[in-house]
Design a protein around this ligand. Structure first.
Ligand SMILES: Cc1ncc(COP(=O)(O)O)c(C=O)c1O
Length: 412
């Protein structure tokens, strides 16, 4: 009888219509599974879809310093609930990782990863149906996060390498959105952008901040820095410079500046699902209360163990130095892979691809789905995005780049 009922109801009728038409699998995870399946059958596969850092043997990189600290955690640092809005010592330690001069996290909360922080920013800075503004291309789940939180994504293009951002066009778009909505939420995934692997130049950054500064009198603006990959940068000094520019901008007090932080990539604790949404230059009781309310109504509290670990790390200078060495080592590895990829592309008479940080680069493709499919036929897996292909340097060995580049040229 149950079978007959199911046959007559191919779509679970308990799901309201608005919840029925979703793809069965996350497209990136689906591609990754397909690539792994073919590799397991003995095919020679280059899988550049992965979003986690792999060593040259295809093993996930797990930072030793972090695991050593994890093993030191006591039952009381693991088992109890964390405070609803997160352990204040954790929040301060997270903020100080990027702005060491801070003495307090300001206003903020712990979240399930950076994803949780992004979701909370929508819930607290937009009305239902409004749009968050970000630069394109962007990390695919931005769209899902927006949709699941009742919002939309509006984009402004990232300039081609070597070109300046069109500040007046950005101004026009941001002004129009601000006027339509009465408020503006801007997600800036920079430096070390996913998926381009690029960072905005100081001039580009000044142009973006200048636009927000000029619009500030027209309505409340929130700038959320999505800082997922900063530990993996070609030039750590340039990252520090960017963070200091943001701190100075925030201190002007005109635009609310916050950061979405995460232990996923920074500490290779992807599965610990812990992050933070902090506004280090703002002390505001109403904002703090709104964030705590969101935490309670959305996921209650973020996990305790990773918060305890971050606090331990902040108190252990030796562990910090060891971790910094590990980050440097893996940043150099990513840099070597990026350099090898550019050289291999040039050997195929194609332009090289710039990389300033993070786990990915983006290759140009007129028809990304078609090129990605042709690459698949040649045993190469990448993620097609709107105007190109996302290539995970995090999983692409330097020695595989010549094969990768020739398959790419043949697929164009
Ligand atoms: C740009 C960007 N932002 C945020 C995140 C959030 O990751 P998590 O929720 O694991 O912290 C990711 C993860 O891939 C990302 O690439």
């Amino acid at each position: 009888m149950l079978e007959a009922y199911r046959e007559g109801n191919p779509m679970l009728s308990q799901l309201p219509p608005s919840r029925r038409d979703f793809p069965a699998d996350d497209p990136i995870f689906a591609l990754n599974t397909e690539a792994q399946g073919r590799a397991a059958k003995g095919e020679s596969i280059i899988n550049a879809t992965v979003g986690a850092l792999l060593d040259d043997n295809g093993q996930m990189v797990i930072l030793d310093t972090v695991m050593d600290l994890w093993r030191e955690l006591t039952p009381r640092e693991i088992a109890p609930y964390a405070p609803i809005a997160g352990d204040p010592a954790y929040l301060t330690s997270m903020a100080q990782r990027y702005w060491p001069e801070l003495s307090h996290f300001g206003t903020g909360c712990a979240t399930p990863g950076g994803s949780g922080a992004l979701a909370l920013s929508i819930r607290n800075f937009l009305e239902p149906g409004q749009a968050v503004l970000t630069l394109a291309p962007y990390w695919g789940p931005y769209q899902t996060l927006a949709q699941e939180n009742g919002a939309q994504v509006e984009t402004f293009p990232i300039p081609e390498p070597g070109h300046a951002i069109e500040a007046s066009a950005l101004m026009e778009q941001a002004r129009s959105l601000l006027e339509r909505q009465g408020r503006l939420l801007f997600w800036l995934n920079d430096p070390c952008h996913n998926p381009t692997g690029r960072s905005t130049s100081p001039a580009g950054r000044a142009a973006i901040l200048g636009v927000l500064r000029e619009l500030e009198h027209r309505g409340p603006i929130t700038l959320l820095l999505d800082l997922a990959y900063l530990e993996y940068a070609a030039d750590p000094a340039a990252v520090m410079e960017a963070l200091q520019d943001h701190a100075r901008f925030a201190a002007e007090g005109k635009v609310l500046v916050g950061a979405s932080l995460s232990v996923s990539k920074a500490l290779t604790l992807y599965g610990a699902r812990t992050g933070a949404l902090v506004f280090p230059w703002t002390q505001d009781a109403a904002l703090q209360a709104a964030l705590a309310m969101s935490c309670r109504g959305f996921f209650s509290n973020a996990p305790r163990a990773p918060q305890s670990l971050v606090v331990r790390l902040a108190r252990d200078g030796k562990a910090q130095a060891r971790l910094a060495d590990e980050h440097r080592h893996w940043s150099e590895k990513l840099k070597a892979r990026a350099t090898a990829l550019s050289e291999a592309l040039r050997a195929e008479k194609l332009p090289g691809v710039p990389w300033q940080g993070g786990f990915f680069v983006t290759l140009v493709a007129e028809n990304p789905a078609e090129v990605a499919s042709k690459l698949k036929d040649r045993g190469v897996y990448v993620v097609p995005i709107e105007k190109g292909l996302r290539v995970g340097l995090c999983g692409l060995r330097a020695q595989d780049t010549p094969l990768f580049a020739s398959a790419y040229r043949e697929s164009l």
